[in-house]
Ligand binder design. Structure first.
Ligand code: IPE
Ligand code: MG
Length: 219
């Protein structure tokens, strides 16, 4: 979800104004995903590298997460969304950790949209922590062994990655999991991304031929 800062800048407003607007886009896309029959939606909300931003911006983002979780969790629950947080959360303030745990516990049994929120997440960290668990058990490293320890272990590999904001890079998102994901980059700044933009991305995805290294059916 990239482009909040630039969206605000275009309006001569502080970056935080863009983050608040970005939240409205999150609401729209979660709804659109659930309505389109998407099984899993993973949102990259805060990367490990985002800790390097000015402390005022980091604090605002954390405050925003806490407020939003407190305010929105019952609506998500009512819509049968199961929410889970993936990433390294050791440095998070207690208030946020409590909201995260509460949200996960409340929605644990929900069978609707599986919403994964990546906060304090880094793809390199994920691979290393997974490999470390395998090593700690005294096992040899294997693809299956590492895969089973990734924070996304019980979710399928993503079919489609959408990155807004015009940059064509992964920025340490789900590095391992994206091995065969279709990559969709669009210039729309995240606060402007809505149901129509999401539908456009899905339509693009529907036109992709996926081979996973094999030959096309007709060959
Ligand atoms: C992404 O928007 C939101 C978060 C990282 C939380 P940015 O803050 O990266 O916005 P730009 O890239 O500066 O426009
Ligand atoms: Mg950015």
């Amino acid at each position: 979800m990239d482009g909040n800062g630039r969206w605000a800048q275009q309006r001569s407003r502080p970056r935080t104004f863009g983050h608040r607007a970005g939240l409205r886009a999150v609401r729209k896309v979660v709804r659109a995903a659930a309505n389109s029959g998407v099984g899993y939606l993973t949102l990259f909300a805060f990367s490990q590298e985002n800790w390097k931003r000015p402390v005022t911006e980091v604090n605002l983002l954390i405050q925003l997460f806490v407020t939003v979780l407190r305010r929105e969790i019952s609506a998500l629950h009512k819509n049968k969304v199961r929410i889970r947080f993936i990433g390294q959360h050791a440095d998070f303030p207690t208030a946020l950790l409590q909201q995260m745990q509460r949200a996960e516990a409340l929605t644990r049994e929900n069978t609707g949209l599986q919403l994964l929120v990546a906060v304090g997440y880094g793809g390199q960290w994920d691979i290393v922590q997974a490999a470390q668990r395998v090593v700690d058990r005294g096992q040899l490293l294997s693809i299956e062994g590492v895969q089973a320890e990734l924070v996304t272990a019980d979710a399928p590999a993503p079919d489609l990655l959408i990155r807004t904001g015009g940059e064509s890079r992964i920025s340490n998102f789900l590095l391992w999991q994206l091995a065969y994901t279709e990559l969709y980059f669009c210039a729309t700044l995240w606060p402007d991304f809505d149901e129509a933009a999401f539908a456009e991305a899905l339509a693009w995805f529907a036109g992709r031929q996926r081979r996973f290294g094999c030959l096309p059916e007709s060959a």
